[in-house]
Design a protein around this ligand. Structure first.
Ligand code: WTA
Length: 655
């Protein structure tokens, strides 16, 4: 990482990209006046979007913000999310329309089973049946259902079935460990879990059900586990508790009327990392969330009837919830859903998929783009990518070099790029270009969408017009998280206290340039963003110290060319424990068991003590300087200055 950041800055400031004229002309949103109109009447703006949904009972009021930070959107209204995503399209005669082109990882070996055209009619049928299965198991309105699944259509069906009966889903990313799943199921008191026997990864089944069996026994509230047979591995089934998905669904009644839900009823929980070791259960509700994701999916991706849209995220993250399932389905879109690894069987798998389905929109993360860059231009070049007309990015800042590569090698220099900034908490996209309107600058998410208001505050809480500071959101928006599950005070303290109850503290630092464009710099809290996945330093630290050989541990995020940030762990072993490669490997394994593979430290450094002030506080800034190889300055205030020397030596040895 020598000259690259500078090169990035240079590239980023030198070039701007106006929408190609033909694209702008054909775009549904190409009137710059919408920003002003939405700002003049934000409630009217969102009302317009909400009215495009199908309501069982109309709402009385767009927004009730009389008791900030507790917002009510579309109060009085009743609707059902699955009915909006499925029934109304089928009723309009679009039952045969493809909702997902599902591509199995092993599609080349499995014939038609590996490439399924999932229609809206099929999704509706499966959703109603599975909703009846859940009902039959005693799951009803307000009950929590865990979902721990690979990228298979049943994952979407399970989510939609919950929404049909008013159950609240709690999806856990399939790459998390059994222990992470256990924690999330326990704190939400999930009554049922949907999972699979195994997930296919680079051609081999990786056990899911068997991996989580030991923790399922520790969950007193967990009554039923429904298992999708993805890989035919025949996991052990616990009589009375475990059910086979296919058997249950085929035996179920095919009709399940949608439950009328209040606008503010919860739709789902999604646990994400914050600045403590304990994950936060973000709560999203029904009408506001659906309005937000439907509107933003339509606007930001300039969605057209004949688009083939591919969001290459995992359903286990918020991006999958909002932009694989709810937004696209509510809009009646045709999507691609791909099950497996991007480099299996070859490093051109994604480009083969784009070519096969003539994908027109691709939405992915900078970390993926950087991997493709590293693998080489020849892989995309070997395929016909001319169907693409729009590209999107999400999850972390995209560096200008990656932006330009994406633009040229994937987008053929003809596709606008929408760099979309948002969070699990915001529910949907907040700051992003509109591709038919915004002149983009590589590396900037540009400006807040119509109806959204953001600001940057300096250390004295004054708004910064041009310059850097803390990013805040200054107006409520329909997709906003309503609370943290069973931790209402933590919700207020974390997001709505620092600047008063009506100003949302994002947790990101940002800069605004002369054109009013926002540049997201990174987190201001103890959250590390590895390959677009949020992890808290405390979460990883507490995993490390739970290992019997560890006395103390501190974790920091360092910049990484490929993963954005990477985890460096500083560990003090217990007396008598030998620090070395074996312990390093052991600790990586341990962290994978506790949290998941994504949380494994990239580098582990050992020291007899961590750099601390005389009062015993770990000096994280110093750890960061050590990891970055910076000049450490005066360390004489440390309790034991020799510690940093030994750490610095290890760093230079390792690199
Ligand atoms: C970061 C993912 C820069 C940011 C949707 C945010 C981004 C966190 C961008 C949320 C972007 C997301 N540019 N940074 N376009 N998108 N981030 O909850 O730090 O997994 O706060 O939601 O990712 O991550 P989360």
């Amino acid at each position: 990482m020598t000259e690259e950041p500078e090169l990035d800055v240079l590239l980023g400031t030198e070039r701007t990209f106006p929408p190609p004229p033909a694209f702008a002309e054909a775009a549904a949103f190409n009137d710059p006046g919408i920003y002003e109109r939405a700002a003049a009447d934000p409630e009217g703006w969102w009302r317009g979007w909400a009215e495009q949904l199908e309501w069982i009972e109309p709402f009385d009021r767009v927004l009730d913000w009389s008791d900030p930070p507790h917002a009510k959107w579309f109060a009085g209204g009743k609707l059902n999310v699955s009915a909006n995503c499925l029934d109304r399209h089928v009723a309009a005669g679009n039952g045969d329309r493809v909702a997902y082109y599902w591509e199995a990882e092993d599609a080349d070996q499995t014939g038609p089973e590996g490439r399924k055209q999932i229609t809206y009619a099929w999704l509706l049928d499966q959703t109603q049946r599975f909703a009846n299965v859940l009902k039959g198991l005693g799951v009803g309105k307000g009950d929590v259902v865990g979902i721990f699944m690979p990228m298979v259509p049943e994952a979407a069906v399970a989510m939609l079935a919950c929404s049909r009966i008013g159950a609240v889903h709690n999806v856990v990313f399939g790459g998390f460990s059994a222990e992470s799943l256990r924690e999330r199921m326990e704190v939400s008191e999930a009554k049922a879990l949907v999972t699979a026997d195994a997930t296919l990864r680079r051609g081999k089944p990786v056990e899911m059900k068997g991996q989580i069996d030991p923790v399922l026994d520790q969950l007193p509230a967990m009554e039923h586990v429904i298992v999708v047979d993805r890989c035919g591995t025949g996991p052990s089934m616990n009589e009375g508790r475990d059910l086979d998905w296919a058997e249950a669904v085929s035996a179920a009644d095919p009709v399940c009327p949608p439950e009328p839900m209040d606008a503010e009823d919860p739709l789902y929980l999604l646990y994400t990392s914050g600045s403590t070791a304990k994950p936060k259960g973000i709560v999203h509700t029904t009408a506001g969330y659906l309005t937000h994701v439907t509107a933003t999916h339509r606007m930001v991706f300039d969605l057209k009837d004949d688009d083939v849209y591919w969001c290459a995220a995992d359903i286990g993250w918020v991006t999958g919830h909002s932009y694989i399932v709810y937004g696209p389905l509510a809009n009646g879109a045709t999507s691609v859903m791909y099950e497996g690894a991007p480099d299996y069987p070859g490093k051109d798998r994604w480009w083969e998929i784009v070519e096969r389905y003539r994908a027109s929109i691709l939405y992915t993360a900078p970390t993926a783009i950087r991997s493709f860059m590293k693998w080489g231009d020849e892989y995309p070049a070997a395929h016909d990518l001319s169907s693409l007309r729009l590209l999107g990015s999400v999850g972390e800042p995209i560096n200008p070099r990656a932006w330009l590569w994406y633009h040229e090698k994937i987008g053929g220099a003809r596709c606008p790029i929408v760099d979309t900034w948002w969070q699990t908490e915001t529910g949907g996209i907040m700051i992003s270009p509109l591709p038919g309107l915004t002149t983009t600058k590589p590396g900037s998410a540009t400006v807040p969408l119509p109806g959204i208001e953001a600001a940057i505050l300096d250390s004295e809480d004054n708004e910064v017009e041009v310059g850097a500071g803390t990013l805040v959101l200054t107006r409520p928006w329909p997709g906003m998280a309503r609370t943290l599950y069973r931790e209402p005070e933590r919700f207020v303290e974390t997001y709505w206290q620092r600047y008063g109850p009506a100003t949302y503290l994002v947790g990101d630092a940002a800069r605004r340039d002369e054109d009013g464009f926002f540049w997201i710099v990174g987190r201001i809290d103890d959250v590390i963003n590895v390959s677009g996945h949020r992890l808290s330093t405390m979460e990883v630290e507490s995993a490390l110290v739970s290992h019997p050989s560890v006395a103390e541990a501190a974790v920091i995020g360092v910049n990484d060319e490929h993963t954005g940030q990477a985890i460096v762990a500083f560990v003090t072993p217990r007396d008598g424990v030998e620090a070395g490669p074996e312990l390093t490997a052991d600790l990586r394994e341990h962290v994978a068991d506790r949290i998941g593979k994504l949380a494994r430290p990239k580098q582990t450094l050992f020291a007899s003590d961590l750099p601390k002030t005389r009062s015993g506080k770990i000096m994280r800034r110093l750890l960061r300087d050590v990891a970055d190889g910076n000049d450490l300055g005066d360390v004489s205030t440390l309790r034991d200055p020799s510690v940093v020397e030994s750490l610095s030596e290890q760093i230079s040895r390792d690199r």
